[in-house]
Ligand binder design. Structure first.
Ligand code: C5P
Length: 405
């Protein structure tokens, strides 16, 4: 199983003879399970047609910053946020210069400027252009900005010259791309994650629940797998496919979830409680469906509720407790309430998010969070809006950083 499975890769194609190889790069990334969308510079379209890359990717190819049609399908900011990685292959000398200087004068450079996730470039150019001092300065600038360089390779070039500047072989590009997602940060660690809502039965056909989609918890499970961890995901009812290599245990109610957590917690290094556990359950769940007709019309229906166990607080009280991470979904005073939760539930880290904003949180694909942890005085970091997948990768990095040695 590849670390590229279900990864979203924005393939940028720039204008050089090696642009024809981008079709093969796209294919091989797809072979590894990646979802690839393509952005081409105008010059790239002189070397390979957008139609080819559109047919192979199964999505419209994005060409212009001000193209109302493709912008309405997915605008440049959305594309930047959608991507788990932006891979520019091939990257021309001119594109690298513009990227190094922070230009935003076409679609691809603008997307790179707006990107919150990683960017990698696979240069391809004449050996003299590669060796040129200006190009080398740009390479240094790109590396300083944290942009990864894949290649270039040595060998015979399309212009007939031999030297450094060829596009790295496609297998090499795909391997390095896959390697970016395999951080190894949690190698040898066991991670237990709860996700999704719980359902609390009123009778055999009705229940109390909430709007949690499970997306953030499932993304964290995938990110922990990519970081080399052994992952157990205890999920309430969701419509999501569990990530590969994750041991999934499906549960319905908070009581079920608590039992499953306690049976898996031994030898667990990290516990991440993402589930939106229902705070209350009906005192009694009756065996037969409650009939409407049996009550006089307009009768008030009463369901007495009792508190559910606090799963994460139970984990945090264990003698040999794992590094315990909770979520705090709030609608006001988000950080203040999250800090209180850190103390009250005796957690090691809290991820706070504002669920009053409809564009982030619960059912959305995006999130904006603040991470708070114990210990050092500078113990708060706010992450800007990004896809739940990118956020998950950042949370895993932070957990790995704060985990006691
Ligand atoms: O108390 P509150 O529901 O706001 O706390 C949220 C955090 O606590 C989340 O990490 C959630 O998974 C966890 N939680 C829990 N058991 C509950 C309620 C919340 O584990 N009964």
């Amino acid at each position: 199983m590849s670390t590229l499975t279900n990864k979203r890769i924005l393939l940028g194609v720039t204008g050089g003879i090696a642009a024809y190889k981008s079709a093969e790069v796209l294919r091989r990334l797809q072979d590894q399970g990646a979802d690839v969308r393509v952005v081409m510079t105008r010059a790239a379209t002189e070397f390979i047609t957008p139609l080819t890359l559109q047919a192979l990717s199964g999505h419209p190819v994005h060409l212009d910053l001000l193209d109302t049609e493709t912008e309405s399908v997915m605008g440049h900011i959305e594309l930047a946020r959608w991507a788990d990685l932006i891979l520019i292959a091939p990257a021309s000398a001119n594109f690298m210069a513009r990227l190094a200087q922070g230009h935003g004068d076409d679609l691809l450079t603008t997307i790179c400027l707006a990107a919150l996730g990683p960017i990698a470039v696979a240069p391809a150019m004449n050996q003299g252009m590669w060796a040129n001092a200006a190009t080398q300065e740009n390479v240094t600038a790109l590396e300083q900005q944290g942009i990864k360089l894949f290649g270039p390779d040595q060998g015979l070039q399309a212009c007939g010259e031999t030297g450094l500047g060829r596009l790295l072989d496609i297998e090499g590009i795909v391997d390095l791309t896959a390697g970016l997602f395999a951080t190894g940060l949690l190698t040898g660690k066991k991670v237990l994650i709860t996700a999704g809502p719980t359902q609390e039965a009123i009778d055999p056909v009705r229940y109390i629940s909430n709007h949690s989609s499970g997306k953030q918890g499932y993304s964290l499970a995938a990110a922990a797998i990519d970081a080399g961890a052994e992952v157990v995901l205890i999920s309430g009812p969701t419509s999501l496919e569990p990530p590969d290599r994750v041991k999934i245990r499906r549960v319905i109610s908070a009581d079920d979830m608590q039992r499953a957590v306690m049976s898996e917690i031994a030898e667990c290094d990290i516990f991440i409680g993402v589930a939106a556990v229902a705070d209350f359950k009906p005192v009694q769940s009756v065996d037969q469906k409650i009939k409407k007709g049996e009550a006089p019309s307009n009768q008030v229906m009463r369901i007495d509720l009792i508190e559910n166990p606090d799963i994460i607080a139970g984990v945090a009280q264990l003698d040999s407790r794992p590094f315990t991470v909770g979520f705090a979904a709030e609608t006001e005073n988000v950080v203040t309430y999250a800090r209180r939760k850190l103390e009250k539930k005796n957690l090691d880290m809290v991820i706070a998010n504002d669920v009053s904003d409809q564009s982030i949180g619960f059912n959305s694909d995006e999130n904006r969070i603040t991470v708070i942890w114990r210990g050092d005085p500078d113990n708060e970091i706010q992450l800007p809006v990004a896809s739940k997948r990118n956020i998950a990768a950042r949370i895993i990095e932070l957990i790995a950083e704060k985990l006691p040695a």
